[in-house]
Design a protein around this ligand. Sequence first.
Ligand code: A5P
Length: 240
Amino acid sequence: MREGLKQFQMKTPQDKDHAKEAVGKAAAALIQNGMLVGLGTGSTAHYFIQHLIERTRNSDLKINAVATSERSTHQAREGGIPLVDINTITHLDITVDGADEIDHQKRMIKGGGGALLREKIIASISHEMVVIIDEEKLVDRLGHFPLPIEIVPFAHQLTLSRIKNLGYQGNFRKTSSNELYLTDNGNYIIDIHFPNCCQSPEKDQDTLSSIPGVVETGFFFHLAGRVLIGKADGTVLLLP
Ligand code: A5P
């Protein structure tokens, strides 16, 4: 169990799913007419997109959107949400996305679903990034969840060696058929494990992102706006 979260421990995968759906639905209710919306990626964002599709079908809500992955693009397109080309815009009104971990300073680890690069680009041009999590994602210290790093395929073994030589423990993400996992951008992911959590996320961010070949890390700092926390009983809290 994560540090300091005894009161939040969930019992079953169904509990987790209820929490994710509740928070996804609550976030969909925040979207207003005319907004340009960033659509996150992952199982929690999936519920957000699903409820947003329902709102656009059952009301006069008109929005445009940009998605952070091919998966979310597909879901939005199937649901009839109009998508705009990212190259034709300079900002978004709001982005709603999940997180793998978030601490009380709203620093996050993201990228468990492999979409960290597009997620960070889209969050960085959003007036507000609303983060939707189930209660187990709120941690006292980042680093229980492995930190994903997106790297270019060229010299990927060399890049991994350099990361390890700096004292990090990590390896390439693989698919179920043991192939190297490819992101939507055609890159690889190295997942870094912190045996004793992450002691200084900003320092690790600087060190890792300065290695040639590293495209982006899964650390998200100064990006989260409102953080909505779904609970297994269907209630949703706002992180103070
Ligand atoms: C996708 O790359 C991630 O950043 C997700 O936002 C994150 O992994 C949360 O996913 P879940 O909602 O599936 O836990």
